[in-house]
Design a protein around this ligand. Structure first.
Ligand SMILES: *[C@@H]1O[C@H](CO)[C@@H](O)[C@H](O)[C@H]1NC(C)=O
Length: 188
């Protein structure tokens, strides 16, 4: 009789052991953890009125890897997104420069923006390396330059009182750079 009870209790322990094992691996449990993207974007948005929380969540969530990332991984994703948007803006300038004959001043502004974007792209590349090697302060400085870039491009048009043909691009570039900076700042 007592061996029977012992055996039953052994089976029960086994049963609960596997139940527990199974649960920790189940996606249901993972889903109840607050999502790293929401959590990180919330933390960044709190410290920066320029940071667009919706854009932060949407742009990070568009990269599948983000969902299984830590904050450092998200910082790298955000820098990559910033770089891609800046490259897009730069290709836009290239098109504008080819499109038609234009006033000299406009052409100078566009050339200024090309330089600004090129510097920014190399800053973002360097910042990615810096994040990967744990040099967060260095990354911060470089991403800060990338945050300033779209404004520097816009200024050239404003100084000549002409309408910027890159307003939308600069707004997008700025929005993403602010997010990259915000997440990197969380790394310390
Ligand atoms: C924030 O981003 C969302 C999504 O891209 C956009 O629809 C919204 O206009 C942005 N808000 C501001 C204040 O720029």
């Amino acid at each position: 009789m007592s061996t029977m009870i012992q055996f039953t209790s052994f089976l029960l322990s086994l049963f609960f052991f596997f139940l527990l094992l199974n649960q920790t691996n189940s996606p249901m449990v993972a889903a109840t953890h607050p999502d790293i993207i929401l959590k990180t974007c919330k933390r960044c948005a709190k410290g920066d009125p320029n940071l667009n929380y919706t854009l932060c969540v949407e742009s990070l969530a568009s990269v599948p890897k983000s969902h299984h990332s830590d904050v450092r991984g998200l910082a790298i994703v955000a820098v990559k997104l910033s770089k891609a948007k800046t490259m897009h803006a730069k290709s836009m300038v290239k098109k504008l420069l080819k499109a038609k004959p234009m006033e000299g001043y406009m052409k100078n502004c566009l050339l200024t923006c090309t330089d600004v974007y090129s510097d920014s792209i190399s800053d973002l590349k360097d910042s990615m390396k810096a994040i990967k090697s744990g040099q967060y302060k260095d990354a911060n400085i470089r991403i800060s330059s990338a945050v300033d870039a779209p404004g520097n491009c816009e200024d050239s048009f404003q100084d000549g009182n002409i309408k910027s043909p890159l307003m939308e691009e600069n707004k997008d570039v700025f929005g993403l750079a602010v997010i990259a900076l915000g997440i990197t700042a969380l790394l310390g």
